[in-house]
Design a protein around this ligand. Structure first.
Ligand SMILES: [Fe+2]
Ligand SMILES: [Fe+2]
Length: 132
């Protein structure tokens, strides 16, 4: 069973963002499989670090688009991205043996889905008419 399935309900209508959202969901599934297969913690930490870098890249894309098209809720959205990054930093700064990677992954998955549905879809509605 997959850890998380893509759902068309996640579509924002901004193609590039949707592709990245989908990619992150695939990465969540890959990391989940790795945890279940008990791969070593060093390798897990590396996977998380790549995931976190990809988050950064994605947030920058969204923020640049929102800025370019004058999205009125940019500041609020940027804050949410920033808060997540701070939470992740706190998780990852713990000593390696204390990090519960499955818990972190579940947290990120829930945040991701919730954030797409509440905030990303909102900029999607706004940007859809501007970009096309
Ligand atoms: Fe997003
Ligand atoms: Fe976002």
């Amino acid at each position: 069973m997959r850890f998380i399935e893509w759902n068309d309900n996640f579509i924002t209508g901004v193609h590039e963002c949707d592709i990245q959202h989908k990619k992150i969901i695939n990465v969540f599934n890959a990391i989940y499989d790795a945890i279940r297969l008990n791969i070593n913690k060093r390798a897990l930490k590396d996977s998380f670090n790549s995931l976190i870098n990809y988050f950064d890249k994605h947030f920058t894309l969204e923020e640049n688009l929102m800025e370019k098209y004058g999205y009125p809720e940019l500041q609020e959205h940027r804050e949410e991205h920033k808060k997540l990054k701070e939470t992740i930093d706190k998780f990852m700064q713990k000593p390696e043996e204390e990090i519960n990677y499955l818990e972190v992954l579940k947290y990120l998955k829930n945040w991701w889905v919730n954030h797409i549905i509440t905030m990303d879809k909102k900029y999607g509605l706004f940007l859809e008419s501007k970009i096309k």
